[in-house]
Ligand binder design. Structure first.
Ligand code: ATP
Ligand code: MG
Length: 420
């Protein structure tokens, strides 16, 4: 072991487990790619001001969790704590919204950084796959995203997750609710920090995870009872479309999200096998964000699903993804000439698209066969001097144990046809 360890709150993805992470990322992305979302990649860091404005000055993310730093050149940057602000920034910068084809639908996958107290399911470096649909106010778009996330989780074999749904209202109705909530909160026995928060962003108090706070919130006014007609109609349509798609959800009138920019549709995916870090993903509509970061009015909706917690959810449900073995053919040479010949065959197989690997390091037959077994390869090709003198190699089916001699010049085509 080296003297260095992965930094606190981080972990390495290593084989074979890393294959599950890749598969989860792909499974989440697949429904998006299939639904008109284009891939976008933005830098791992941004101007710190983008997050301060875009995520919100009063959020935990900005006040406590951001890795902000000054560069040697004097720029104030931050490692990205989330994806939405960056994606919208990039879309505006590239004028994607002016190409006349709204909504602009984008998906992304990457690493995010938050200085949090590390726990199971809560890390300082974690992965998300996300989707944003920018520039359209249409309940079908909100519904589409919820349906696609549901499809992604189901395609992985997850069952014990729930979709929580709420509406946060808009510029018209939320201020009225906000005042009512503030009046209510002022009458509670809250610590100074929380009282301050009730003044700046009272909705976020509803999201407080502490029991002592939650107990006092039992009689809190609910946004549901304050929604204006437009918000009510919009929300009803989202609910109808999701229901018609056969996706079940629960209305959660207390659901708010940690980010300041959400309006109307808000949702969270929770998994019941994860203990306190139960949110596997979340999202919602953010009609005001574009203007907050200096862009035009662009009503938008999106979500981000956590890859780390989705993997934990698979473990919690005991779901084993059926991942194909990464190697189909393993070559075991015995002697120098066989090394040259089989290395050539491995190269040919790879060119033909067959996943092949080779016993490196001049091992004996026993050690090499151990490697062949570990590789999960369906077939092994073994050759020694005598085989080559006869112009053959030994082809072994690792599943049935059957072995046969086959011409050196035929083996690639034979393997291709057997594996094809
Ligand atoms: P939480 O309430 O658990 O802190 P959040 O509201 O901060 O979650 P979002 O910003 O909505 O989370 O991020 C979307 C998803 O990303 C979460 O549902 C979760 O799966 C994942 N995620 C967020 N923060 C972390 C983290 N520190 N470690 C691992 N996954 C995370
Ligand atoms: Mg958080």
């Amino acid at each position: 072991m080296s003297t260095f360890k992965a930094p606190k709150g981080t972990y390495d993805l290593i084989p074979p487990d890393s294959a599950t992470y890749l598969a989860v990322r792909e499974a989440i992305a697949a429904p998006l790619r299939n639904s008109g979302y284009g891939y976008i990649e933005t830098p791992g860091f941004e101007n710190v001001e983008l997050f301060a404005r875009g995520v919100g000055e009063s959020t935990d993310i900005v006040t406590k969790e951001m890795y902000a730093f000054e560069t040697k050149g004097g720029d104030r940057l931050a490692l990205r704590p989330e994806g939405t602000a960056s994606v919208l920034r990039a879309a505006l910068e590239a004028n994607l919204h002016k190409a006349g084809n709204l909504p602009v639908k984008l998906w992304y996958s990457g690493s995010y950084y938050r200085y949090e107290r590390p726990q199971k399911g809560r890390y300082r470096h974690f992965s998300q796959v996300g989707a944003e649909a920018i520039g359209a106010e249409d309940p079908a778009l909100d519904a589409e995203l919820i349906i696609l996330a549901d499809q992604a989780y189901r395609s992985l074999g997850l069952r014990n997750f729930r979709i929580l749904l709420n509406s946060l209202g808009d510029q018209e109705c939320r201020p009225v609710y906000r005042t009512a909530l503030q009046d209510f909160l002022r009458g509670l026995d809250l610590d100074e920090d929380t009282l301050r928060r009730s003044e700046i962003n009272p909705l976020r108090v509803l999201d407080d995870k502490r029991d002592a706070v939650q107990k006092q919130l039992v009689g809190a006014p609910l946004l549901r009872d304050y929604l204006c007609d437009a918000c009510k109609t919009y929300h009803e349509e989202v609910r109808e479309l999701i229901t018609a798609a056969g996706v079940s959800f629960e209305d959660d009138p207390k659901l708010v999200r940690g980010l300041d920019y959400y309006t109307r549709t808000t949702f969270e995916f929770v998994h019941d096998g994860l203990g306190s870090q139960s949110a596997v993903g979340g999202g919602g509509r953010y009609d005001g964000l574009s203007e907050m970061i200096g862009g035009p009015a662009l009503p938008s909706v999106g979500w981000a699903l956590g890859v780390d917690r989705t993997v934990l959810a698979l473990e919690a449900e005991g779901v084993e993804l059926s991942l194909p073995a990464s190697t189909s053919v393993f070559a075991v040479p015995l002697g120098e000439e066989a090394r040259r010949v089989l290395f050539g065959k491995v190269t040919e197989l790879r060119k033909a698209g067959v996943a092949a690997d080779f016993s490196f390091g001049g091992k004996g037959l026993k050690g090499a066969m151990k490697n062949a077994n570990r590789s999960g390869a369906r077939y092994t090709i073994v050759a020694g001097e005598r085989d080559l003198a006869e112009g053959v190699v030994q082809l072994k089916d690792m599943e049935s144990g059957e072995q046969m001699a086959i011409g050196v010049n035929e083996v690639v085509a034979e393997l291709e046809s057997r594996l094809g």
